[in-house]
Ligand binder design. Structure first.
Ligand code: SF4
Length: 343
């Protein structure tokens, strides 16, 4: 059913205050502290989409509703999940994530879903980000005491994610496990205490394992993969993925920064040069021998693939995925050839 007054659903614009717990869908990583401090439940729509039993269903559903075939499958998946799972609102990053998000929010609003836009400032102005977060805090009714506690708890959870990342460098945690714990720092499974418990148990277990055996250390950069089996495929071919660029950024790995500055250090919403500084630093630190750059079909971020390739001194293989599912044979052969070349 189409809501003819869809603009009324833009919470930001009309300042609607709910005063009750909301189940909030996220299109990507946003400052999560005000959401938890307002006692709301965040859910990263990407994670629901890609871990569902049939992600292709969500892509097709969006196409049936009017999304172009030649548009990003992630966006289509987010749209259908947001519609199907009964969220009270969806927060979408309209500057600093995806050029499609404004249209996605328009479409969701058109369908009657309440949407909350959020922007990371292009010029990395602390003042602009503070103003944006302040608006967020007011909108989500996150009181000051709750904010203080939440900032500490989120920090505690992130520190566990950083330990898991360190254990990956020490060959005790696989690339897939690293991906799992880092990518889920966008919403902490909707309940930080669950994340903390799970991560603490995992760290104990990982510390008592034998080291992973491998032939090659690889870094994965770019948006998280729509391929569901890429980490398993790499592991079977003797590759240890010791760096997941964007997933690691989701965990805000900047212990020395205050909670707002973390969102300015976070490289993903800003320029490719910010990302390259981080990637180059980690290549050295993690002794990475080759990079797999994942790009998504119809994604504007493909444009910077050339800059990345031209700026990194070790071999880079760019692979592209479109629909959700397992790796296609052509991409498998390209990855195997890349591995052979590096060995
Ligand atoms: S892959 Fe690219 S186009 Fe698709 S949602 Fe992510 S940023 Fe947007």
């Amino acid at each position: 059913m189409v809501n003819k007054n869809h603009n009324l659903n833009i919470i930001f614009k009309f300042g609607i205050i709910y005063g009750s717990i909301m189940r909030i869908g996220l299109t990507t990583t946003v400052p999560v502290e005000p959401i938890f401090a307002g006692n709301h439940i965040p859910t990263d729509l990407n994670n629901i989409f890609i871990t569902s039993e049939n992600p292709e269903y969500y892509v097709e559903k969006a196409e049936v509703d009017g999304f172009p075939y030649n548009s990003c499958s992630w966006i289509k998946g987010l749209y259908s999940v947001a519609l199907n799972k009964g969220f009270d609102a969806v927060i979408g990053v309209v500057r600093g994530d995806c050029s499609n998000t404004e249209s996605l929010l328009d479409f969701l609003s058109f369908k009657g879903i309440k949407v909350i836009p959020f922007s990371f400032p292009y010029d990395k102005s602390r003042k602009k980000l503070e103003d944006e977060i302040k608006r967020f805090i007011e909108l989500l009714e996150s009181n000051e005491d709750n904010m203080k506690n939440t900032i500490d708890i989120v920090d505690k959870a992130r520190r566990l994610a950083w330990i898991i990342d360190e254990l990956t460098l020490k060959d005790l945690v696989s690339g897939l496990e690293n991906h799992y714990y880092l990518v889920n720092t966008s919403d902490f499974f909707g309940d930080i205490s669950v994340y903390i418990k799970k991560a603490e148990n995992f760290i104990k277990e990982a510390n008592n394992r034998n080291k992973i055996e491998y032939n090659l250390r690889i870094g994965y950069i770019g948006v998280p993969p729509i391929f569901t089996d890429i980490y398993n495929f790499l592991e079977k071919n003797g590759v240890h993925v010791v760096f997941n660029e964007v997933q690691r950024q989701f965990s805000m790995p900047f212990p020395e920064k205050d909670w707002i500055d973390k969102y300015l250090e976070y490289t993903y919403p800003y320029t490719v040069q910010d990302r390259l500084r981080d990637i180059k630093n980690e290549i050295g630190k993690r002794k990475i021998e080759g990079i797999i750059h994942y790009v998504q079909s119809f994604c504007h971020r493909q444009i910077i693939d050339y800059i990345i390739k031209d700026s990194i001194d070790i071999p880079v293989l760019t692979i592209e995925g479109n629909r959700p599912g397992v790796l296609d044979e052509r991409t498998k052969i390209r990855i195997e050839s890349f591995i052979d070349m590096l060995l």
